[in-house]
Ligand binder design. Sequence first.
Ligand SMILES: [Zn+2]
Ligand SMILES: [Zn+2]
Length: 346
Amino acid sequence: MRAVVYDQFSTEPTVREVPDPQPSDAGVVVRVETTGLCRSDAHGWLGHDDGIALPQVPGHELVGRVHAVGPLVERFQVGDRVTVPFVCACGRCAECLAGNGQVCPNQTQPGFTHWGSYAELVALHDADVNLIPVPESLDAGAAALLGCRFATAFRGLVHRAALRSGERLLVIGCGGVGLSAAMIGVALGAEVVAVDIDAAALARARSIGVTHTIDSSGLDEAAVLARIAEVSPGGVQVSVEALGRESTMRLSLLALAPLGRQVQIGLFSSEPTLPMPRIIAQELSLHGSHGMPASDYRELLDLVASGALRPQDLIEHRIGLDEAPSALVALASGDRSTGVTVIDVA
Ligand SMILES: [Zn+2]
Ligand SMILES: [Zn+2]
């Protein structure tokens, strides 16, 4: 098969022929239709994930068709159109049995624990536990984005922070996962406030129905908080930090109303310091979100099927495998100008 491969961290990947993957006993091999270019692929390529062995094929947010099945797979057959959460659960441990496969200690992640989906074929383990059937009518790009960004944002907002219609939601950072959170907030009837330093990113937020956008370039913390207070007096009920920076995490917490809930989605390259006195005095809560188990996808798929949520509207670029190496390098360099990109493989 053809695949995007990196042999060293932070050196440009190449597109080349590599051996086809084989299904594990309880796993499948999927022929990739489309895969998302996600910021965590860039973190992996930069060497921020110590679970990655070299050489590596990135890619963890995908849709495709089952190409080969292992002997223990019961629920899926060759030809089925599927997606998968980027955290693939084992299905057997205590966390999995309690319905929390997103924190399974035996988890596998394509593009991290084994080769991923910037390739014609990708192996996925414990298929009966993790594969999610995808309707033929659903846009391939939209389906791919359900594997990581939309699942992480949905679980964070709905299952962790319990965002309700009519509440005010602050989203800091309007990259792919931030815009996914904003789009879900709009679909759920929240009043969304989006903050970014990039005018194009804020224009994208307005285009998906965000009512209040704040350009924070050149503003200090107090000035940004004052702008947020203008549109949301008394603070917001829920905030999402989608950048992974200490300063914006702090801003996100300080903008909360008493008893506010913060969803932390941005990944940090070093451990941040928190405004703990404020968290205690205002009884704020802080929620991590690490994808969503396959068993919880029904609500998200229903929201997409209803037309209230259109992940495909976030996609600005559809590229091929040959363009993926340079696009990954650009994403890792901090280029946020291009919006969401997906790679159409087949
Ligand atoms: Zn497990
Ligand atoms: Zn991702």
